[in-house]
Write a protein that binds this ligand. Structure first.
Ligand SMILES: Nc1ncnc2c1ncn2[C@@H]1O[C@H](COP(=O)(O)OP(=O)(O)OP(=O)(O)O)[C@@H](O)[C@H]1O
Ligand SMILES: [Mg+2]
Length: 224
């Protein structure tokens, strides 16, 4: 489902202070696999996730995700690719305070141009899956941390993405909400989603649903 070969990322290339955050990354993730990316702060986890989701482009190397070669995709095609294939869950949730829960969840569907009826159906399904249906019309501003996280999960699921990318998904959650997140992950895995999680939360260690833990150190992938 995900194949990276010889991927390098240099920020500020050609500028006064270029910085290489990823070195010769090779990574293969099968469909339905759940992979944890572990590494200290600054090791390159978020950068790698952003490459998988075509939010950034690599400086060199090849990236194939769900059959699409995304390393050199023009921005317009990159956003279409994301809308079709990727669900993102960020540490800081990235929700819009001025919208309610259902409106936030519907946002990724807007660029797809599907009918309002289908938007409503997909939003209802995603809210159900993330266990936040009861707050559908509440303003995001007034949600608890765990509820914000579940809204972000629903938004990541609304396009029925095959691939879910999570960046430090439990960093702002208490233990109870972290455990609730784990059970949603389990459900996503049983639905056959391919999941990549960047985290240093020890809660993920030894977890039954985790197929592989990859260690990333100073921009290089090795085994932990
Ligand atoms: N746009 C950028 N310009 C310059 N340097 C960058 C840029 N983005 C990331 N970096 C650098 O690349 C390295 C990897 O950053 P990244 O955010 O991927 O780390 P991380 O493993 O996610 O860390 P954390 O656990 O703190 O989130 C860091 O040293 C960071 O400063
Ligand atoms: Mg990060």
């Amino acid at each position: 489902m995900i194949h990276l070969r010889g991927v390098n990322k240099i920020h500020g290339e050609g500028g006064p202070a270029p910085f290489q955050s990823l070195y010769d990354i090779g990574l293969h993730v099968e469909a339905g696999e759940l992979v944890v990316l572990k590494g200290v702060s600054g090791s390159g986890k978020s950068t790698l996730l952003s490459l998988l989701g075509a939010l950034q482009k690599p400086s060199s190397g090849d990236i194939e995700v769900d059959g699409s070669r995304i390393a050199k995709l023009p921005d317009l095609h990159a956003s279409a690719f994301r809308a079709r294939t990727i669900g993102f869950i960020f540490q800081t949730f990235n929700l819009f305070d001025e919208f309610n829960v259902a409106e936030n969840v519907a946002l990724p569907l807007i660029p797809t141009g599907i009918s309002q009826k289908d938007i409503d159906l997909n939003v209802a399904r995603a809210l159900e899956l993330a266990n936040i249906s009861h707050k559908a019309t509440q303003s995001v501003r007034d949600l608890s941390g765990g509820e914000k996280q579940r809204t972000a999960i629903a938004r990541a699921l609304v396009n029925d993405a095959k691939i879910i990318l999570c960046d430090e998904p439990t960093a702002n959650l208490d233990l109870e909400n972290s455990m609730a997140f784990m059970s949603i992950l389990k459900e996503l895995k049983s639905l056959g989603k391919t999941i990549v999680i960047a985290t240093h939360d020890p809660l993920f260690e030894g977890l039954e649903i985790v197929d592989r833990v990859l260690n990333i150190e100073s921009g290089r992938i090795g085994r932990p």
